[in-house]
Design a protein around this ligand. Structure first.
Ligand code: 26Y
Length: 817
């Protein structure tokens, strides 16, 4: 028996080498004399996984011994990306592994490229969850994530003739060394059926008799912290047929059909919904939500009951975080378990529930809020619907006492929305039952208070808070930009900034130092070369390294205004074409890079992708233009592509119409990598400008408070340049005239909801300003260094500390080394 805290596995290069070979032979089952890169990657990752498991067990034991209050982070989406590099860096054994592999004749980087992305999420919200898990582990918080283990992650985007096509993401086909299947950790999840009212000793209670039962099996994903022994758990649930047999169908001799029907249970965790916003009222999606919520709740309650006889201490030991409204059925589920299964009185159960939940909204659009049709909810979860009605009834009674018979307000705040289709408003449920409602940036918080949830803010101002989003510098500098990482450590004289990112401000004093500037530019060049090679392999287009790499990568949405970017590029193209020779000499060469996926049913977004390709086709093949302008669409943008694109960018665009981006997080990754931001005053950009200084960014466009009037205004405000570029598209200058008609209509007179026309002049000015600064190498480099130096506040470490102190009430619980 080993003593608990002893490191069992050795980490010197020789031991690692032996270990990798052991896994080649016995895990991958290949001859140790002959294995290829992929097999080497598999063996390597199993060797890393062993080390993760060791720490993860110790952390688990330590938490069990200390019994601290724990945070349970519920999210339907986690966009983890690759794990290998991140794991070895966080474990502190990257160089040892690189040495071990070199002696075996392999290169670490090459093997790391073998790994596919875990893309169990759509966009911002999902990648944020992944960053936050990294910070929770690093800061030693006793936390655990819960989600769904989709068989198919986010679709792969392929481009055929400039059009987006979707292909399934078979991410598990080659195995997943980063998870541990826990066949013995499984729970039954019930659906459909009826509710029976019973009584015992004169006390009424409800029994839910389900119509279907599905088994949830746990898959654990260890998340290692950096510079700590702690490794926390991300537990993802997979659906399996229930062990409870429907004897009837087996006995009637319909054996084959009975087996096939049971197998259908697995559908629940089959596929991630690729719409990152709209709620379509699909039964399967609701099933996914309840499935993961029920399994997680059972797991949490089981763990609590292992050490406690009653629920008095439940809120002192457990905090739930609800990521957007998708996990909000957890509230109702905890209520149901407490009253129906644990037989607590309603009042007591409600008191407990009100202390458990913290809710974060990631949306600004009131129309986009999740509404579940009552009929659907009632048929799938009949008991939950009753409980929701009861919660709503109590709330309405309380509210009437406070505000009287103000029916308009009562109606707006009710969980149940009347109408042709009666629905349940999940955001209202979440706000009413949570102790904290969080915004993801200061501006978002203002919008929640004054628009989206105004009625609730007026009632409970103390519930509302904001914790500006952040991203993890471990992935977004240390993993993705090793050259910058070394340079920063060299100039700060320490690697401590990797754990304490506020130290980055120390770069400010060196921002004008010519030696640092020279080295800084060198690092950027290395990253631009890597990106240029990737572009050439992918698209065949050769790009000049002297050009400004101008990047917009994110999901394609009208509000994010990729169309504004493309129309700006058309304007640039038009100007170049109509210039005299001497003016051409002054043009700052640009490589414009756009990447992102459109939801499969989002027609306008798909047309934006096609337009980008149509413009690229024309511009990139125009000999008149040469290196002065190139347009590249990067297909299948995902986390690992981001890790390469972001460090190689000079300028990045965050140009949503003010008031539409709740926070935005890619801006923070660009900032950390010393890319200058060209941005509107939206989401977190406002706070970034405060930290970095607006003189070090290119800000433009209408402010939030100006947007409503601008929408009212007549079209005369739209500049001639804008009219011209839209007309070029409309008239078929880039081909596909009929196809682009509806896209042009979205920015036509009086219909330009996202205000591309009225922001166009100011956008072009900001772009011209960026050109002017770019030619001044020293100034640009200084601004770039100051961007990185000012990025400290936008670390998810800070965000997780704020949540822990202000919402969850948890303390670090550090596992001894
Ligand atoms: C319809 C409902 C179920 C729903 C589904 C998905 C509502 C919202 C979402 C997803 C929202 C989302 O991804 N929001 C983004 O969250 C990021 C992290 O907070 C922000 O940076 C980003 O601005 C915001 O759009």
């Amino acid at each position: 028996m080993f003593r608990l805290m002893d490191e069992f596995l050795k980490n010197d290069p020789m031991s690692l080498q032996k270990d990798i070979i052991h896994h080649v032979e016995f895990t991958v089952a290949r001859s140790r004399f002959s294995f290829d890169d992929f097999e080497a990657y598999q063996a390597l990752s199993h060797s890393v996984r062993d080390r993760l498991i060791e720490r993860w067990h110790d952390t688990h034991q330590h938490f069990k011994k200390k019994d601290p209050k724990r945070l349970y982070f519920l999210s339907l989406e986690f966009l983890m990306g690759r794990s290998l590099s991140n794991s070895v860096i966080n474990l502190g054994i990257r160089d040892e592994y690189a040495d071990a592999l070199a002696q075996l004749g392999f290169e670490f980087e090459v093997l790391a490229e073998q790994e596919g992305d875990a893309a169990l999420g759509n966009g911002g919200l999902a990648r944020l969850s992944a960053c936050q898990m990294d910070s929770l582990a690093t800061l030693d918080y006793p936390a655990m994530g819960y989600g769904l283990r989709y068989q198919y992650g986010l679709f792969r985007q392929i481009i055929v003739d400039g059009y987006q096509h979707e292909q399934p993401d078979f991410w598990l086909n080659f195995g997943n060394p980063w998870e541990i299947e826990r066949v013995q950790v499984s729970y039954s999840v019930k659906f459909y059926g009826t509710v029976e009212e019973k009584a015992s000793n004169g006390v009424k209670y409800h029994v839910w008799v389900p119509g279907e039962t599905v088994e949830a099996v746990a898959y654990d994903n260890p998340i290692p912290g950096y510079g700590t022994r702690n490794a926390i758990n991300l537990r993802l649930w997979a659906a399996k047929p229930s062990g409870q047999y429907d004897l009837e169908s087996y006995n009637t001799g319909d054996y084959i059909n009975a087996v096939v029907n049971r197998q259908k249970a697995e559908i629940i965790s089959n596929v991630l919904y690729p719409d990152d916003r709209s709620y379509q009222g699909k039964e399967l999606r609701l099933k996914q939500q309840y499935f993961f919520v029920s399994a997680s709740t059972q797991d949490i309650i089981r763990r609590f009951k292992d050490d406690h006889d009653n629920f008095d201490e439940f809120p002192d030991k457990v905090a739930f975080q609800i990521n957007e409204t998708q996990p909000s059925l957890a509230i109702v589920e905890v209520m149901r378990v407490l009253i129906d299964e644990e037989r607590l009185a309603w009042k007591r159960a409600w008191e407990i529930v009100c202390k458990l939940f913290s809710f974060t909204s990631h949306s600004v659009n009131p129309e986009g809020l999740e509404k579940i049709p009552v009929d659907l909810l009632g048929s799938l979860l009949p008991r939950h619907l009753q409980i929701i009605y009861d919660i709503n009834h109590n709330f309405m009674e309380e509210l009437k006492k406070k505000i009287g018979q103000d029916y308009r307000r009562l109606d707006q705040m009710s969980i149940v929305a009347e109408g042709t289709v009666k629905t349940i408003r999940m955001a209202n449920l979440s706000i009413i039952c949570s102790h904290t409602v969080n915004g993801v940036s200061r501006l978002h918080y203002e919008l929640l208070k004054t628009r989206v949830f105004k009625e609730f803010y007026d009632l409970w101002p103390q519930k509302f808070q904001y914790k500006t989003n952040g991203v993890t510098q471990r992935r977004w500098i240390v993993v993705s930009n090793p050259s910058l990482c070394s340079l920063i450590s060299k100039w700060l004289g320490t690697e401590e900034w990797i754990r304490n990112v506020d130290l980055l401000v120390g770069l400010r004093e060196h921002a004008s130092n010519p030696v640092l500037q020279q080295e800084w530019r060198m690092v950027k060049k290395i990253n631009k070369i890597r990106l240029a090679e990737y572009i050439e392999t992918l698209t065949g287009v050769e790009v000049s390294l002297d050009a400004m790499f101008d990047v917009q990568v994110k999901r394609i949405h009208e509000y994010k205004r990729q169309l504004l970017n493309i129309l700006g590029i058309i304007h640039r193209y038009y100007c170049i074409k109509n210039m005299n020779e001497s003016d051409r000499k002054k043009v700052v060469p640009r490589v414009c890079i756009i990447g992102g996926k459109a939801a499969p049913g989002y027609e306008i977004a798909k047309k934006i992708i096609k337009l980008c390709h149509a413009v690229a086709e024309k511009v990139n093949n125009d000999a008149d233009v040469g290196d002065l302008l190139k347009l590249i669409f990067i297909p299948d943008y995902n986390v690992s592509v981001a890790e390469m694109v972001i460090p190689g960018s000079d300028l990045s665009q965050h140009i949503s119409t003010a008031g539409h981006e709740a926070s935005g997080t890619s801006s923070m990754k660009f900032l950390m990598n010393g890319c200058l931001l060209l941005a509107t005053a939206d989401g977190s950009t406002v706070e970034i400008a405060e930290e970095v200084g607006s003189e070090n960014m290119f800000l433009f466009g209408a402010k939030v408070h100006e947007v409503p009037q601008l929408r009212e205004k007549a079209t005369s405000e739209v500049p001639i340049q804008f009219v011209r570029v839209v007309r070029m598209v409309r008239d078929g200058y880039f081909g596909f005239k009929d196809y682009f008609k509806s896209l042009c209509d979205t920015v036509e007179d009086g219909k330009d909801f996202y205000l591309l026309g009225s922001d166009f002049s100011s956008y072009l000015e900001a772009q011209a300003m960026a050109d002017r600064e770019f030619v001044n190498e020293e100034k640009w480099t200084r601004m770039s260094i100051l961007s990185t130096a000012g990025s400290g506040r936008f670390s998810s470490d800070r965000t997780m500390d704020e949540y822990s102190k202000l919402s969850w009430g948890i303390q670090p619980c550090k596992c001894p080394f």
